[in-house]
Design a protein around this ligand. Structure first.
Ligand SMILES: [Zn+2]
Ligand SMILES: [Zn+2]
Length: 299
């Protein structure tokens, strides 16, 4: 057993005076000594944080004793240390930002929920469409077998992308999934408003699927991108797991995400060890030249 843990959680629930709650919660988290990123809106809470086993136990117990969060579900990962450098607790207008003109309530508008075991059964049918609910760079590190890759850098662009790319699948059974489940709450709500008839979401997301003792993560290829210092976590615990990520430079298998060493670029890209050394962490020759010509390099 490791000394630290990473918690992932969200809940759509009306929070009265969310702004004041966020301020109190920030102080509480500071006092507790945890790190991470927690968003609080009048529509609910969405967070991921790291701390010692004791700190995270305390956090879960305190949240469960709050009337709004008695049933808050935590996904728990063991960790060697903190997965975050800092603590952010922010009040936001919405938990998930979407460019969409209709008001959505995920608790009533969203698609049907499938447990990991049900999801795995659906995946093996030949009449279903599987749609990744994340961005392209997340898909590239790992995804469910045969899933559609949305060519998006930002979740808010999904409604427009659906209209341009998914029209022909409107009468099909569609399975969606994302990291922890919150994005599919909104994505499936949009899809149902847009006339997709039979839409499902993976309850608890990829992370929960990977922990399920029955699925063992089978049919997920590669690793799951996560928004903390770990960058990726393993999902498929069977001997069928494969590396699907490929080096941006040479195309060899790689699961190593780095940011371009040029501060004006910072493009996140998969890069094998050999190419990281050869290109010195730059994504392109232009970035290397740009950096060597900049005043910072001349210091
Ligand atoms: Zn390479
Ligand atoms: Zn670059």
């Amino acid at each position: 057993m490791k000394d630290y843990r990473v918690l992932l959680f969200y809940k759509y629930v009306a929070i009265p005076d969310a702004e004041a709650f966020a301020a109190e919660h920030l102080q509480y988290c500071k006092d507790l000594g945890i790190k991470g990123r927690i968003l609080i809106a009048s529509e609910g809470i969405n967070g991921t944080l790291s701390g010692t086993v004791e700190q995270t136990e305390r956090y879960m117990a305190d949240m469960h004793s709050h009337p709004l969060f008695e049933d808050l579900f935590f996904k728990v990962d063991d960790s060697d240390g903190h997965a975050f450098k800092k603590l952010f607790v922010r009040h936001k207008k919405e938990l998930v930002t979407l460019r969409y003109d209709q008001k959505l309530d995920p608790n009533t508008d969203g698609g049907g929920r499938l447990s990991p075991v049900e999801f795995q059964q659906y995946l093996q049918r030949d009449d279903v469409i599987v749609l990744d609910g994340r961005s392209g760079y997340e898909y590239d590190l790992g995804h469910f077998r045969n899933a559609i890759r949305p060519d998006l850098d930002s979740f808010r662009e999904f409604p427009g992308w659906l209209r341009d790319n998914m029209e022909q699948h409107k009468d099909k059974t569609i399975l969606t999934y994302c990291t922890g489940g919150i994005r599919c709450e909104m994505l499936t709500a949009v899809m149902r408003k847009e006339g997709f008839e039979d839409v499902y979401q993976l309850d608890g997301g990829i992370v929960t699927y990977g922990k399920d003792p029955v699925t063992q993560g089978r049919l997920f290829d590669g690793s799951c991108y996560v928004f903390d210092e770990r960058i990726s976590v393993p999902i498929n615990h069977t001997d069928e797991n494969v590396v699907v990520g490929t080096c941006y430079h040479c195309g060899q298998p790689s699961e190593n995400y780095i940011n371009c060493a040029d501060d004006t670029c910072h493009r996140q890209h998969l890069c094998c060890d050999a190419c990281q050394a050869e290109y010195e962490g730059y994504c392109s020759e232009e970035c290397r030249q740009h950096d060597s010509a900049s005043p910072a390099a001349a210091r």
